[in-house]
Design a protein around this ligand. Sequence first.
Ligand code: RRO
Length: 303
Amino acid sequence: MSLNLEIELAGIRMDNPLMLASGILGICPSLIRRVAAAGAGAVVTKSIGLNAREGFPNPTVHIIKYYGLLNAMGLPNPGVDEVLKEFEGQKFSVPVIYSIYGSSPEEYSNVAKKLLKLNPVAFELNLSCPHVREVGSMVGQDPEMVYKVVNLVKSSVNVPVFAKLSPNVTDILEIASAAVKAGVDGIVAINTVKAMAIDVDLRKPLLGNIYGGLSGPAIKPIAIKIVYDLFENFKVPIVGVGGVCDWRDAVEFFLAGAWAIQIGSGILWRGVNIFGEVLNGLRRYMLENGFKCVEEMVGAGHR
Ligand code: RRO
């Protein structure tokens, strides 16, 4: 039986459905190439804003045994103009999706318009950083704001626009609905879950910012439930992200309704070879279970 791992996601052709999640490896052409060589089908950059941001004071990351990774990076990035200088003329073998953030619809749109110089295949709107209030959680918790951001960016650029949503809301379907009404091309779910840790010896919060976002295995069941619910309620493609560490995790996301999946903190435990490992397992699973292409698996876990 022939097997097809290629997918088309909102018009973007990818050799396989595994993407590098935003934030995990920063914004750097050489790292994008490394991840592409390791087998990723597409790459999402760290979120880029209008101006440079230093980010939060250290410690900015903390590994929580068995559960995952706690981070409060604070959106460190060199600002869109520096990114333009660094990326101008660079060629990549996989589609590169630029993650962007802002404090207003206009700011998102201005960043997107500037990045058009790099011929992006798509934008991922970060509407969901859990611990940077003015540009993350505040935007993504307000359906009206989500509508305005998506609507303005959609009318400013001619490439697909994805919205990355936060689990830290009362009703994620209400937020997704606002994005869909504004014409979003796909939904990425989920960003990290608000969390913190305390050092029992120092008796102080472990992160410089006190609060952070949890990624990794502990949040996978939360992400699966959200992807499942999004699939039941909307027709736009869903990209699943949250705790994928092996091929079984990836398959679970497809069965829940994801068209593609993103891998982030899994890289911490498995290295970039995680892409090849997950692809091999996925191929075997598809052959053993009679799936000829990824689309056949999407949503196959629904009753
Ligand atoms: O930079 C961060 O601290 C960060 C971001 Br932008 C995000 O979207 N999610 C997260 O867990 N951390």
